[in-house]
Design a protein around this ligand. Structure first.
Ligand code: PEP
Ligand code: MG
Length: 885
């Protein structure tokens, strides 16, 4: 079959599709690649991702071609191992594992030890000379297969094991004897028969097809879907299935299994980092059931841990492993995340992939690897996920703040978080939606918790090591995580916990320090991060490689300052209405809009002028000569209307007008659809005195700051929601007139620009004409999306999610630009605008200006700058560089 690829055991790998991740998935292609460079990989075969789609759409059946391919694959493994699948004397056991194009840790299913039944278990026992091992493997298989393929709750098996240990007075699994395991296998089979009304399948081929189907099914599991959505993974990619000869880490004290990273995935430090367990199978490490041991002596000593590291306990296998790490890093030129097994002192590689990492580690590794000559600057830039920078831009715990430490766990994912304790993922999601910061506290971390982990600010678990699935996922998501806190016990029924000696109830506030494992009572103060070191180095490289400028959307001096620290090169959008909502001014604003006539409005505007001028002076000061785009008043007047009797009474007092009068006037101004109502430049056209006041405030402030500082101040006055050239023509004349007046009064002339937002489809279409009046365009893609899609931006949340779920829009079009549709208007307007005015300045200031995919589009269209909210500025700088590479 063209859909089944062999690897290991001397398989020839000349089919390029075998190493193509889109075909054989991440795991399968890397297994083929590792085998190809001579590393010890147990033989196996990969069923391609294409089969997944086929299987899931064609009624969950396999055609004859796939069946033949799997049969041939089995022959390959049998030949390479000298064992036979289902053979009574010399049985072959296999693992069946998922492997999508990108890794989705723990989201899909795996079955190990497949091929065991009541007959082959005896063969395994005799062949290995180890009955305990054989029966241990069989009970593992029944539990895993029943859970994954047959849908029997794994707790039933775990409970039975606990009882067996208790009955025998054992503490740990390793105390179980061959006979104990054999007896437990009997109980396990009884559980299955009772749950399903039929016996556990003894036919090894039935087992294999069941497992293959289950892995393909798991692509459609809820948790996989959630993970895909969070990570923008298309549903049609599908997963591959890898069937591979088992090697055994549970064959006694010369066997082991582990997970390792070639560099520290939390800090980026160039030191091997990992965990292992002697006499165990891989799932024991990653599932977080046994807390594993350190891989290296260095890490063990640093943590002050007792159980020997692999480096100390198995020096030879460790040395071989270390040389494999070096080889893999050189080969892939990236940090690798590896699964390995040692079977009777022989090392086997089960997986390698680019390791997930925190943003901090990603930066350090990228910068270090450039230093080591492993990669170049462009590769380093391309390797950082711009959105992940967000993790570094937020506050960290104040080192000087006192800490009431309840207990310590493992520092599984760095960063700090404070929030209310919740004990399950649904509650985490619900309370986060209500705006609370939550810490998700669980006994162990399970992939089903993914939506809660995403909603939470931090994650705390009682069990599980640093490579448990949830720790890996938390790092990938940038959520601080403390795992393996053994002094944490949870009473789910009472919804309380004991953390150290403290009784905690759901809703109490705790703080986690994911960088050292501290779990603290209450909220610990935070400090702003310092953007130095690797961050600064990488950003400097990004700045060197990008073409577009990055500005910010900001309207307070504080926001402007933050944005400048983050590298903003100007203001792309200063929304003046936010200044009007200020508590001290809203009454003058209301007085203005409720006035009966121009005289009434002018009286109120006179009160606002000095305030507005002071706003602009403060902003020009902070921006010190950088370009500042100020948008004239835009929102529907409707938004400023008083609500409720108290506000009307307050306003009546301030204005001396009667409450009834004011209510009548407010009634007149009420709008059915304010977003398409009396807003934008329509305000300037109908109430020119408003824009006059604003223009005056801008020019007076600019003259004052320019005079004081001696620096050039270049205001860019922007008119919102223009649809026609005529609107801009009228308003530009008004602005020019005010500018001339102010310059004459002050005896000083400044250079300034008048331009417009392009945020209505008509404006985009008529951009050629509009450019005759405006020196710059700024794409207001929030409104342009709203008006092009005919979707109200204030009401969209309710139905856009289901839209995205059903793939109608690939992503929320208010978050990531609808390039296909709205993008056409942007492209066309840029083209027509440039044709009229070749040096027209083009930018974007909708939310999309901070979204990497939209930024890539802006680069393609050739915009001069993007403007993003302050915390997105570094993201935009990096994304702009990536787009330009
Ligand atoms: C826009 O519409 O994209 C824009 C930036 O303006 P606002 O969000 O203020 O309407
Ligand atoms: Mg707008």
């Amino acid at each position: 079959s063209a859909y089944v690829f062999h690897f290991g055991g001397g398989a020839r790998n000349d089919n390029p599709r075998a190493k193509d991740k889109t075909i054989t998935g991440g795991k399968g292609s890397n297994l083929a690649e590792m085998a190809g460079i001579g590393l010890p990989v147990p033989p196996g075969f990969t069923i391609s991702t294409e089969v997944c789609a086929q299987y899931n759409t064609a009624g969950k059946v396999f055609d004859a071609d796939i069946k033949a391919g799997v049969a041939a694959g089995l022959v390959h493994i049998e030949t390479a191992t000298g064992r036979v699948f289902g053979d009574a004397a010399n049985p072959l056991l296999v693992s069946v594992r998922s492997g999508a194009r990108v890794s989705m840790p723990g989201m899909m299913d795996t079955v190990l030890n497949l091929g065991l039944n009541d007959v082959t278990v005896e063969g395994l026992s005799e062949g290995s000379g180890d009955a305990r091992f054989a029966w241990d493997s069989y009970r593992r298989f029944i539990q895993m297969y029943s859970d994954v393929v047959l849908g029997v709750d794994h707790h039933r098996f775990e409970d039975a094991l606990e009882i067996a240990k208790e009955d025998n007075g054992y503490f740990a699994d390793v105390e179980m004897t061959a006979d104990n395991w054999r007896k437990l296998v009997g109980e396990y089979k009884a559980i299955v028969a009772e749950e399903l009304g039929r016996p556990f399948p003894q036919d090894v081929h039935e087992q294999l097809w069941g497992a293959i189907g289950a892995v393909f099914d798991s692509w459609e599991s809820e948790r996989a879907k959630v993970y895909r959505k969070l990570n923008d993974i298309p549903a049609d990619w599908g997963t591959a299935v890898n069937v591979q000869a088992m090697v055994f880490g549970n064959m006694g004290d010369t066997s082991a299994t582990g997970v390792a990273f070639t560099r520290d995935p939390a800090t980026g430090e160039k030191a091997y980092y990992g965990e292992w367990l002697v006499n165990a199978q891989g799932e024991d490490v990653v599932a977080g059931i046994r807390t594993p041991q350190y891989l290296t002596k260095f890490a063990r000593e640093r943590a002050g841990a007792k159980p020997l590291s692999m480096e100390e306990a198995m020096p030879e296998a460790y040395a071989e492993l270390a040389s494999v790490f070096e080889l893999l890093e050189k080969h892939y030129k990236d940090m690798q995340d590896i699964e390995f097994t040692v079977e009777k002192n022989k090392l086997w590689m089960l997986q390698t992939r680019s390791g997930k990492r925190t943003a901090k580690a990603a930066l350090k590794m990228a910068v270090d690897m450039v230093g080591e000559g492993l990669i170049d600057e462009a590769t380093a830039i391309a390797r950082i996920d711009p959105m992940a920078l967000d993790q570094l831009l937020h506050p960290t715990l104040d080192p000087k703040a006192p800490r009431d430490v309840l207990t310590k766990g493992l520092p599984a994912s760095p960063g700090a978080a404070s929030g209310v304790v919740v004990f399950d993922a649904d509650t985490a999601e619900r309370r986060a939606e209500m705006g609370e910061a939550v810490i998700l506290v669980r006994v162990e971390t399970s992939p089903e918790d993914i939506h809660g982990m995403h909603a939470a600010k931090g994650i705390l678990t009682a069990r599980g090591g640093m490579t448990s699935h949830a720790a890996v996922v938390a790092r990938g998501m940038g959520r601080p995580c403390v795992s393996g806190a053994s002094a944490l016990s949870i009473d789910m029924a009472k919804r309380t916990a004991k953390i150290g000696n403290r009784d905690v109830v759901e809703g109490d506030i705790i703080t986690l320090d994911g960088s050292n494992g501290d779990i603290m009572w209450g909220e610990v103060p935070m400090v702003e991060p310092e953007l130095v070191g690797d961050f600064a180095t990488l950003m400097a490289w990004a700045d060197k490689h990008r073409r577009m400028k990055v500005r910010t959307n900001a309207e307070t001096p504080l926001d402007c300052q933050v944005a400048r620290q983050f590298g903003a090169e100007g203001i792309g959008l200063c929304r003046t209405e936010h200044m009007f909502f200020d508590a001290g001014r809203i009454s003058a604003v209301r007085q203005m809009i409720l006035a009966e006539d121009e005289a009434g409005r002018r009286a109120a505007l006179a009160k606002l002028l000095p305030e507005q001028r002071a706003d602009f002076i403060a902003i020009f000061d902070v921006m010190a000569g950088l370009p500042v785009t100020i948008r004239l008043l835009d929102p529907p007047l409707h938004e400023f209307l008083p609500h409720g009797d108290a506000e009307f009474e307050e306003l009546a007092e301030a204005t001396g007008l009667g409450v009834d009068h004011l209510k009548r006037r407010a009634g007149e101004l009420h709008e059915f659809n304010p977003m398409l109502g009396h807003r934008g430049c329509r305000l300037g056209i109908t109430f020119p005195e408003i824009y006059e006041m604003q223009a005056r405030a801008i020019f007076e402030a600019a003259v004052e700051v320019a005079t004081k500082s001696g620096e050039a101040v270049v205001p860019e006055v922007m008119v919102p929601l223009v649809a026609t050239k005529k609107e801009l023509q009228i308003l530009r004349a008004l602005i020019d007139r005010v500018a001339a007046q102010v310059f004459a009064e002050k005896g000083k002339t400044l250079h300034y620009l008048v331009g417009t937002m392009i945020e209505l489809p008509r404006a985009a279409l008529m951009a050629g004409e509009i450019a005759e009046e405006g020196k710059f365009f700024s794409f207001g893609t929030n409104d342009l999306t709203q008006t092009t899609l005919g979707v109200s931006r204030d009401d969209a949340a309710r139905f856009l999610n289901p839209y995205v779920d059903q793939g109608i829009y690939p992503r929320d079009p208010f978050v990531s630009l609808d390039i296909e549709g709205v993008g056409q208007l942007v492209e066309l307007a840029a083209e027509r605008g440039r044709k009229t005015r070749p040096d027209i300045k083009l930018g974007i200031c909708g939310e999309h200006g901070g979204d990497p995919a939209s930024i890539a589009f802006c680069e393609k269209v050739g915009l001069d700058y993007v403007s993003a909210s302050p915390y997105r500025v570094p993201i935009a700088r990096l994304a702009a560089a990536q787009a330009a590479l």
